[in-house]
Design a protein around this ligand. Structure first.
Ligand SMILES: [Zn+2]
Length: 135
């Protein structure tokens, strides 16, 4: 393990509300200090529609986070009120689940076989942005 802290990874929207909710959820549920954040607007849709070049660049970022920082917990996130991917919650869930599978394939290609990949849904509840696991 690296000496500069314990890392997790989120593959998430660029939306600060979703990042806020998921960073908190990850720190609460896993022994992680710092969350590497790989973002695009509407990332849950984006990751399902990558060009080969975009996939290679995401793969490189996942490699840095897992091999450089030692991250072994990776969330794939969709969120409510997403300006980059304005679809119904059910569609976000489908895309996050499929996105998680794509990330597992990338991890297998990288030879990282012991990482946990978790699809997540973030939404506002009682005035606060919160995250929950999608099953
Ligand atoms: Zn968004």
């Amino acid at each position: 393990m690296s000496s500069h802290g314990t890392f997790g990874t989120t593959i998430n929207c660029m939306d600060g509300r979703s990042l806020f909710a998921v960073h908190g959820w990850m720190r609460e549920h896993y022994p992680v200090e710092f969350i590497d954040s790989i973002t695009e607007p509407g990332m849950d849709a984006w990751i399902n529609n990558m060009t080969p070049e975009q996939r290679a660049w995401v793969k490189r970022k996942i490699e840095i986070s897992t091999k450089g920082h030692g991250s072994r917990v990776i969330t794939v996130v969709g969120h409510d009120e997403c300006a980059g991917n304005p679809v119904e919650p059910h569609q976000h869930h489908i895309e996050s689940l499929r996105g998680a599978q794509i990330v597992r394939e990338i991890l297998a290609e990288l030879g990282v076989l012991d990482a946990e990949v978790i699809p997540i849904w973030a939404q506002i509840k009682n005035g606060t942005w919160v995250a929950e696991k999608i099953s």
